[in-house]
Design a protein around this ligand. Structure first.
Ligand code: UP5
Ligand code: MG
Length: 196
């Protein structure tokens, strides 16, 4: 992808921090194409004949990071499918990269990011939201056991990615407690400071 023509913004944060919720507003107001890595993986898992179906299922239930070859390929395909005819595109990539090797690979071989929105949310708030959502979501990882594993992976594996981008001054950190609208105001304000 031509970084002159393609804008990539990541939205990261712990499980249940509100990435998907905030993304919907960003799509509405900024014209981003929203690509959730988790949604793409769940779609792939449900695709008949996918050779990765069982693997993705096992990884997600365990809150582990699916090997990046799979995720990056899904993201690249989705980006390509959503490029304008002149090769321009504006992508909000949700829940990726969540491991250092993915971040390095994507930045160097797919497209460098413009910035990262980091939704900063305490675990007790996230846990409550996820358990509540779990009553109706049907997601295989919205249960107490998986949630504990997801939190552990986030702290040990994904937070270093946020820290890495923060060192490059490319992170918009937004406290993600309070109302959805209140959080969104923080997101808009943070992006404005980065000239977006
Ligand atoms: N909610 C949201 N904001 C609220 C607010 N301000 N006040 C009150 N309630 C609020 O929100 C979660 C719930 O909270 C919803 O019910 C919402 O209404 C409410 P949501 O916007 O869905 O939060 P989000 O951060 O998107 O939570 P999600 O569960 O999607 O986060 P995860 O990071 O856990 O899930 P994801 O789909 O990204 O990944 C799932 C798994 O896929 C990973 O654990 C991993 O196994 C795998 N994966 C990879 O292997 N590689 C990848 O690159 C990506 C994923
Ligand atoms: Mg999500």
């Amino acid at each position: 992808f031509d970084p002159q023509k393609v804008t990539v913004v990541y939205i990261l944060g712990g499980p249940g921090s509100g990435k998907g919720t905030q993304s919907a507003y960003l799509v509405r107001d900024y014209g981003f194409v929203h690509l959730s890595a988790g949604d793409l993986l769940r779609q792939e898992q449900d695709t008949k004949d996918s050779k990765y179906g069982q693997l993705i299922k096992d990884y997600i239930k365990d809150g582990k990071i699916v090997p990046m070859e799979i995720t990056v390929k899904l993201l690249e395909n989705a980006m390509r499918a959503n490029l304008d005819s002149d090769g321009t595109g504006k992508f909000l990539i949700d829940g990726f990269p969540r491991k250092m090797d993915q971040a390095m690979f994507f930045e160097q071989s797919v497209c460098p990011s413009r910035c990262t929105i980091f939704l900063d949310c305490p675990e007790d708030v996230m846990r409550e939201r996820l358990l509540d959502r779990g009553k109706t979501s049907g997601r295989a990882d919205d249960n107490e056991e998986s949630i504990i594993k997801r939190f552990k992976t986030f702290v040990e594996t994904s937070m270093p990615v946020v820290d890495h981008f923060a060192e490059e001054d490319k992170v918009v950190r937004v406290p993600a407690v309070g109302t959805v609208q209140g959080v969104y105001e923080g997101v808009v304000e943070g992006l404005a400071k980065k000239g977006i």
